[in-house]
Design a protein around this ligand. Structure first.
Ligand SMILES: Nc1nc2c(ncn2[C@@H]2O[C@H](COP(=O)(O)OP(=O)(O)OP(=O)(O)O)[C@@H](O)[C@H]2O)c(=O)[nH]1
Ligand SMILES: [Mg+2]
Length: 632
């Protein structure tokens, strides 16, 4: 079963709505004003069942004042029926609608010549020739041209068959995109609450799923779904869909918002685009204000041309659009711009970056980046998107908020890129993506920093990890820091010990004078033996250069040459070793001894004995049991 959305296009009064009614039996002009005035004001919808093809019609208004509404409908169509009345032939909105379809990337359609009952055969022939000429070089160049009369029913069956055949021969919509349903109508039904409708342009929607409305970020639950008037559990891309939302008020929903999956996308106000100016437009000046249309939304925007002051008719260029309000767009979306006043369509194009960073890049850099994104191959764009990101790493969700691919697809794309070495992908709840040159320069900076630290602090084993991280990796996920350190350690560039980072193979270096002091301090504590000294004793004993003595003393404590049991109790490590050996010689494992015995054995006071015994307990050499110790 194929589902297609077919849009009408064409000048006012050329018979678009009459044609839809002749095809489907449904009058798409549903508003009172429309029926009274005989013109279409807003979008109309109808459904045609052609067996293996289900067609949803989006009927648009032809009046130039309502092009805004036409644009809200044309965004989601698979192909167009360009309607031209036989008695008037090509008129201004015929051209404008045709241009809009071209700019939005509509790639196929059918030309319908209506009102054939009002003219003779020769006239139809003439219109036929005009159409053939006007479509040369466009997506409609090879389109069927079908004359019909909605009044007599002439040609309607032929048109149905053409729609059926074209539906089957057009590419199905890519299913590899996440849910997007740009809202074109919102209303409230008593007993149900808020209902929105729109063309499901990508992905699918399920009953009971949670959705988010962007912009605004409102969350809601899908209470029910209708496709062509029938309740259903889910709807897929290419279907006209009505969704009953639970948890939002009608006042919070409007045309232009998009229904999508929760917690992935953000609205944006700056877009980097490739912009094409129509040949019939006036030259476009830099920073001019325009009306921006994408999906079902319209906002005012300023066009900042990149690297040029103006754009000539028919030309194309890269530009930045600065929008008055936030919108939800993705890389690859097509858009239209219309002149601020009078409102006529002047151009359109493709969004290349929906959320460019605000940092100042030169025009040259921006141009190069945009050229890198203006290509077909999706996987080649990913390193470009990483490179132009203002931060040095991105997580997978952040990347995907620009692309909108389903989870498994984006993971596969990135894993393949990582395998070929084009990016580095680090495991994390949302994998972290970083470019190899970024990691290379981080590692370089890290090595230089560790080296400098050694120079400035010869007595310290190394720089603390945290200090290093803060200095170079503060804006980066922890995974990147760990990856760089682990990689440097693996390559024997650095050593990692506890929380210290040092250059590989580096020993603590003392000057000759420092070495001498170190020896004297060591001798001092060795001489003390079991009668431990205090730090103050040391300062009284070695009086010159107290600052250096302190530094070396603390370094020796860190190196565990000296063991500090408390502020006034410092032992040389060999003394503590001797104590252990003597206890072992005197007692068998499991034997008990008391504080008195211990004091006696080493001829020390209680003041020293207790901290020493507690130290031995901590070392798991002894275990306390009441007032006694058990040798382990
Ligand atoms: N004789 C004849 N009249 C037609 C035919 N198709 C449409 N009309 C008449 O032309 C007028 C306009 O038709 P619509 O279908 O409303 O035209 P439209 O293109 O939808 O107009 P807008 O939506 O306002 O742009 C109506 O009065 C129709 O009855 C046709 O094939 N033959
Ligand atoms: Mg109409």
């Amino acid at each position: 079963m194929r589902h297609v959305i077919v849009g009408t296009a064409g000048h006012i009064d050329h018979g678009k709505s009459a044609m839809v009614k002749a095809l489907t039996g449904t009058d798409p002009d549903r508003l009172k004003g429309e029926q009274l005035r005989g013109i279409t004001i807003d979008l109309g919808f109808a459904h045609l069942d052609l067996g293996d093809v289900q067609v949803g019609f989006v009927d648009v208004p032809g009046h130039e004042k309502f092009i805004k509404n036409m644009l809200a409908g044309v965004g989601g169509i698979d192909f167009v029926l360009l309607v031209i009345a036989a008695d008037e032939s090509i008129m201004p909105q015929t051209r404008e609608h045709f241009d809009i379809c071209r700019l939005l990337g509509v790639h196929t359609g059918i030309v319908v010549i209506t009102k054939t009952d009002m003219v003779d055969a020769e006239m139809i022939e003439l219109v036929h020739d005009e159409v053939a000429e006007a479509t040369i070089g466009s997506f409609l160049e090879r389109a069927e041209i079908i004359p019909i009369s909605s009044k007599t029913g002439d040609g309607i069956d032929r048109l149905k068959k053409a729609i059926h055949d074209l539906a089957l021969s057009t590419q199905p919509r890519p299913s590899d995109r996440v849910l997007r349903l740009p809202i074109d109508r919102a209303f409230s039904i008593r007993g149900f609450g808020t209902v929105i409708t729109g063309t499901l342009t990508s992905g699918e929607i399920q009953k009971d799923q949670e959705i988010e409305l962007i912009p605004g970020g409102l969350k809601a639950k899908v209470r029910g779904i209708q496709v062509h008037g029938n309740m259903t559990g889910h709807a897929i891309a290419g279907q006209r869909t009505a969704v009953n939302l639970q948890g939002v008020d009608l006042a919070d929903v409007e045309r232009g918002m998009v229904v999508t999956v929760p917690n992935l996308f953000r609205a944006t106000q700056i877009l980097n685009v490739h912009l094409q100016l129509l040949p019939a437009a006036k030259p476009l000046k830099n920073l001019i204000k325009v009306r921006f249309h994408q999906g079902t939304l319209e906002v005012l925007a300023r066009v900042a041309l990149i690297g040029r002051d103006s754009l000539a008719p028919g030309e194309s260029a890269f530009a930045q659009l600065r929008l008055d309000e936030p919108v939800f767009c993705l890389h690859g979306d097509a858009f239209i711009i219309r002149q601020f006043s009078p409102t006529i369509t002047i151009g359109g194009g493709i969004i290349l970056h929906p959320n460019p960073s605000k940092h100042r890049s030169t025009d040259r850099q921006t141009l190069a980046a945009l050229q890198g994104l203006d290509i077909d191959n999706l996987s080649e764009k990913i390193p470009v998107l990483l490179a132009i990101n203002s931060r040095r790493a991105m997580d997978l969700n952040e990347l995907n908020s620009l692309l909108g691919l389903p989870g498994p697809n984006i993971v596969k794309l990135c894993s393949d890129l990582a395998k070929s070495g084009k990016i580095i992908m680090l495991p994390a709840p949302a994998p972290i993506l970083v470019l190899p040159p970024v990691v290379d320069s981080l590692k370089k900076e890290t090595l230089a920093q560790v080296g400098d630290f050694h120079k400035d602090n010869p007595l310290q084993k190394g720089i603390s990890r945290e200090e290093l991280r803060k200095r170079f990796y503060d804006d980066l996920p922890f995974e990147v820091f760990r990856y760089c350190l682990d990689d440097l350690a693996e390559k024997h560039k650095i050593s990692l010990q506890e929380d210290m980072v040092s250059l590989f193979g580096r020993e603590v270096q003392l000057t000759a004078e420092g070495q001498q002091l170190r020896d004297r301090i060591e001798a001092f504590f060795q001489k003390a033996g079991y009668q431990a000294y205090q730090v103050a004793d040391l300062q009284n004993s070695i009086t010159e250069n107290p600052e250096e003595v302190r530094r070396i003393f603390f370094w020796m404590v860190k190196e565990k040459i000296l063991i500090k049991l408390s502020d006034d109790l410092v032992y040389h490590r060999t003394t503590l070793e001797t104590i252990k050996q003597l206890i072992k010689a005197k007692f068998a494992p499991g034997a008990k001894f008391g504080v008195a015995e211990f004091k006696e054995l080493f001829d020390i006071t209680r003041k020293h004995a207790i901290p020493l015994l507690e130290y031995l307990d901590r070392e798991k050499f002894t275990r306390r049991l009441g007032n006694d110790r058990i040798l382990l």
